[in-house]
Design a protein around this ligand. Sequence first.
Ligand code: BTN
Length: 222
Amino acid sequence: MSNKIIELDVVESTQIYIKENLENWNLFDSCFAKIQTNGYGRTGNWNSQFENLYFSKLLAADKYNHLTAICSMHMLASKYAEDIEIKVPNDLYYRGKKLGGFIIENTDEYAILGIGININGAPEEFTSLSNITNNRYQVDQLAAELDELINMNLTMSTKMLEDYYKQNCKIIGTYVEYLELTSGDKFSGIVTDLDSDSITIDGLMFNQTAIKILNKDLSVNR
Ligand code: BTN
């Protein structure tokens, strides 16, 4: 697959950049920015004060597996650091701290995938590849590698992505505390199963978006 990867200096948000330039954009084209002045995530502002990876890519709506992004992000981070985990459903974590996340914004025709991975720095409650390994990273190199991984994973079977996802969530057999989002009530239990959309805790199956895992205790990992 040959697609363009545009390097931008300063943009409001790489997501907005693609949305505003759709007529010049081809499927699978990507961009990344040195600085975002108004980057956003699923729940609000995405901190852009560090020299990190702020990356967006244009995909066809409904023609991708929703695990493509998180598996690609995990594969990228795992080239540089060990013990990176996927936190159900959409985040990259290292030892209880968030390393990255993604959003997908849909139009009828397109899905605009936006990925943020902290590579050279992060606010206090987050972590970065640099914090983990004490190295600094070239944003353009990691953007190219991420783009290649996404292109590769777009061709992978659902089964392969699901297996990778399940294996790297490292959550089956662990004791978790979780919030049920509709009621706002807190519960706890042992995770007994996981697939791409659901999670089973003490025999109760939830859609992954219906709960928020608050913390997990690896000491009971079996
Ligand atoms: C999350 O909330 O976890 C998702 C964060 C996604 C942030 C990325 S950075 C590149 C792209 N541009 C944005 O404004 N947001 C996404």
